[in-house]
Structure formats: C-alpha cells, structure tokens
Ligand binder design. Structure first.
Ligand code: MN
Length: 500
C-alpha cells in the first residue's frame, strides 16, 4: 500500500480566565484525561495530541497558525469547556486552513445531582460555551464538522474517527498526482473536465506523459524480475488455462508482470499516485494493462480507464481515506455495465474491460487470458473474481462546465443469482438505493458518469463532508431519495453554487 503520513489531530480546549486558576487547572486536567482515553479507545485511526488550553486571542491565533504549518497535523478538534468569548477566535479561525471538528461534549456524563452548585455550573458549561463558539464559526461561514455527545461514548468516538478519515482526505487531496499516459477517449463527454479548476479546487496535479516514455520503463524490466513476479502470480492466483497451452498462457501473464513492474517504477520515480490509460492508445504495449493495473490499484494507486483522470484521482483519494483500516473490504474503479431488471432481483452488473481492483474480491481470484475486441492487441491476462456482499458507496465527480458536482449513491452489493462462467472479467453486482428505478433515475438526472469510484469502507457522509470542505456540491442518492425532492436539491445546488 502506498504510504500515507502518520497524521495527528490537535485537541484544543477553549476557556477564559474569568473563573480563576483553580478552574483552569481543572479544565486542563479534564482535557488531558479525555485525550488519553480517546487515544486508548482503539477506535481512532489517528492520534489526538493535547494542546494547552486556549484563553487569549494571541494564543488561539498562534496555535491555529502552528497547525497550518505542522505537516503532520491533519486537523484541529475544538471544544469549549467553559464559556470562551468567541471574538477571541476570529483571527485564529480566519487564518486556519485545515479541517476543523467541533466536539460538543462535556467532561461529566451525568448531572451530579447531590453536589451540583454554581461553581460546578461555571466550570462545566460547554452547553453554553460551545454555542457561543459555534455562532462565530457559522457567522464566518467556515466549513466544520459538529459532533455531539459524551466523549466516552463509542458512537461519538466513532464519529470522530470517521471525520478523521475525511480530514486526511482533505489534507491529502493536494498530494494526489495523476499520470495520464493517454488522452480522453474520443467524443466521450463525461470523462472530460477542467484540470486547472481541479487543481484549484482539489489540489490535484494531472499531467500527461507520452505512452512511449512509460513503455521504455516497461521494456527495461529484466527477465528475472518479471519471472519472480510471475511466480508470485502463479502462487497466489488460480490459473484458468481454458484450453490454452500452459507455456503460451505464461507468456501472456508475463507481459502483465513486466507492465506492472515497469509502470510502478515509472510512477514511483516521477511521484505519481494515480494513473490513466486508454485501450485506444497503447503504443508498443503488447496488451492492454489489465492484471498489471488491477495489482497497482490493490497497492493503493488510483486508476481511471479511457483517460478518466477524475475517477483515477477519486479512487486514489478513497484509498487514502481508508488507509490502514482494520477489516477493510476494498475500493475500486467500476463501471455500470448492464442491468438485471427481473422483479425483486434488480441490480446493476458492475465491471470493466479488465481493470477492477482485487481488494473488493470475495473468494478465489483467477487469472484468465481472453481476447479483447477493443484495443487491437494480444489477449490480455486479467484477474477474475466476484465481489463481497454488503453496503458500499458509488461516487461520481462530474464537471458541469462552470463547476464540479459529486454524486454519492448508497448501494447494496450482492451475489448474482447465478454464476456467469462465460464472462471473463471481475464483477460486482449491486442494487442502488433506494431501488434500481429511483436510484438510476436520480443518477441520470444529476448527470452521473458510467465510471464510478466505489468503496465498501466509507460512508456518504464522509464523502459529502469532503466535498463540502472542497467547496463543491454533493448530492446524495440513498434510502430517503424521492425524485421530486432530489430535483429540488439539484435546483438549490444550481443557485447556491452558480457563482462559486
Ligand atoms: Mn470504461
């Protein structure tokens, strides 16, 4: 897996000196205990770091600016233990540029019925201090997440954990570099887009390389390196000869092994984390990169087919957001291919020519070697499997000409009713929420693409929060979607985002 930095999140407690030294001592002690317990919970994917209690304009401003420049800091968690007059926060917030979480909690869980007095009330007044702070963040129009509840509640910690992954996506977005070794497929609209605007909005760098440059890197891979990787393929995957000569089959798989190594070296050397190919622009490559791209995706690279750099960047982004997740079920590019319209069994068969990430596979993975009508090359080797069952999200980022829109669809993945032995590609099969008819209708009304970035491991909320942080529109298609309301969502977005 391509490495993601060891990010940390700062915990900043707000207070003021109105209530005396004793109170401030307790505030700091409470925050210390909370940070310690949060880190010990085992739920958070990244460490929380306690910062000194913020009580003055100068300290608040300095702390936020330090957070901006600290490369390991991926966001700040704020909480007002007591009342903290919010004008003190204006300059700091104005200059702060990273993700912000407002944790609306308090140290004690229950009212201390027998002992509560006015001293206690003055020391433990988040209910009141957090409203003052929340007001200024709203007034300043700053994007932030608000999480409410007792800090020891696993559900609350879970929401912090989920936000942390979004925050890492926000911070890491500007480190995504997409290598295009082919242009957009001729005449295709939805995979196009404004790459300059994408860099302004998301920080993505999208660069073109002549296909021959990467082919040189492929051709430079030694036979022994290729054979070593080929042995790994043969150890790890089933080999489905299907009547082919074993030697000939091995030579076909070797072409993919050489491509995998050559591509990876070229990407590493030039510092790219995502790649785009096109079956119509393969230069001297002997096969369309299939198995090779599938394995690169599994290692954490983003990928988009037919020049689709937006999907390549989104797949990389979602792999970054799920990095290190225990029991992750996988993230891949997919394509809406064909439907099952049988009543009660409706769904979309998801696949691509070849390039589906094996991280989403369920059960055995096999190598097959089959002709490909497109691309005019020899029969490419590819990994074939079916995918896991369960909930996931399919995401499409589209360029509407004047702005971007992110479409997020909750989907339910299942097995197809029967196997499809004649189909030589990896597949997933899902029913979009709320049902195939409404889901596909909403998707089409929103202008969603046929290529998607798909994952089992993130939620619509996380991707919507990412979009909000990027300042773009997000629309949700889920169990609550009704077409009439959805059309109104699109109209509201049209007005709100028109001039942004
Ligand atoms: Mn395609």
């Amino acid at each position: 897996m391509l490495a993601v930095k060891n990010y940390k999140f700062w915990f900043c407690t707000g207070s003021q000196d109105l209530y005396g030294e004793e109170c401030l001592k307790n505030v700091a002690e409470h925050s210390r205990i909370m940070v310690e317990k949060l880190n010990a919970s085992g739920i958070l994917p990244y460490e929380v770091v306690l910062k000194p209690t913020l009580i003055t304009n100068e300290l608040i401003r300095r702390t936020f600016n330090e957070a901006n420049t600290d490369e390991e800091c991926a966001g700040v968690i704020t909480w007002m233990h007591t009342f903290s007059p919010a004008k003190s926060w204006i300059l700091g917030l104005q200059e702060y540029r990273k993700p912000l979480l407002h944790l609306h909690t308090q140290f004690n869980e229950e009212l201390p019925y027998d002992t509560i007095d006015m001293d206690f009330m003055n020391e433990n007044q988040s209910a009141h201090g957090d409203r003052e702070y929340g007001h200024i963040v709203s007034r300043m129009g700053i994007e932030r997440k608000v999480v409410v509840g007792h800090w020891s509640d696993p559900a609350v910690i879970g929401r912090i954990a989920s936000w942390m992954r979004t925050a890492v996506g926000v911070v890491e977005s500007s480190h995504i570099r997409v290598m295009r070794i082919a242009d957009n497929m001729r005449n295709v609209a939805v995979t196009e887009g404004d790459k300059v605007e994408a860099q302004i909005k998301f920080g993505w760098e999208v660069d073109a390389y002549p296909v021959n440059d990467i082919i040189e890197s492929v051709q430079a891979v030694s036979e022994s390196d290729t054979n070593a990787l080929l042995d790994e393929y043969y150890d790890r995957y089933e080999i489905l000869l299907e009547g082919r000569d074993p030697e000939e089959f091995r030579r076909h798989a070797a072409v993919q092994a050489q491509i995998e190594i050559g591509f990876e070296r070229f990407l590493e050397e030039k510092n790219y984390q995502a790649i785009v190919t096109h079956f119509g622009d393969l230069g001297a490559l002997k096969q369309l990169p299939g198995l090779a791209i599938q394995r690169l995706m599994e290692k954490g690279y983003g990928f988009g087919a037919e020049g689709d750099w937006k999907v390549a960047a989104m797949v990389r982004l979602m792999k970054v957001m799920t990095a290190g997740m225990k029991d992750a079920k996988g993230t891949s590019m997919l394509e809406d291919y064909t439907y099952n319209f049988t009543k009660g069994k409706e769904g979309i068969l998801e696949a691509h020519m070849l390039e589906i990430c094996p991280s989403i596979a369920d059960g055995p993975i096999a190598i097959r070697c089959k002709p490909l009508s497109m691309g005019d090359r020899e029969d490419p080797a590819r990994l074939v499997f079916t995918s896991k069952e369960g909930k996931g999200i399919a995401v499409s980022l589209i360029d509407l000409g004047t702005r971007f829109r992110l479409i997020i669809n909750d989907v339910e993945c299942h097995k197809t009713e029967r196997p499809m032995p004649a189909l030589p590609v990896a597949t997933n099969f899902w029913t979009p929420q709320p049902d195939l008819g409404t889901g596909a209708e909403a998707w089409i009304l929103a202008g969603g693409a046929h290529h998607t970035a798909f994952t089992y491991d993130l939620t619509a909320e996380q991707m919507g929060d990412w979009a909000a942080a990027m300042g773009i529109e997000a629309v949700y298609i889920d169990k609550d979607t009704k077409i009439r309301d959805f059309k109104r969502d699109l109209m509201v977005g049209e007005i709100f985002y028109r001039n942004r």
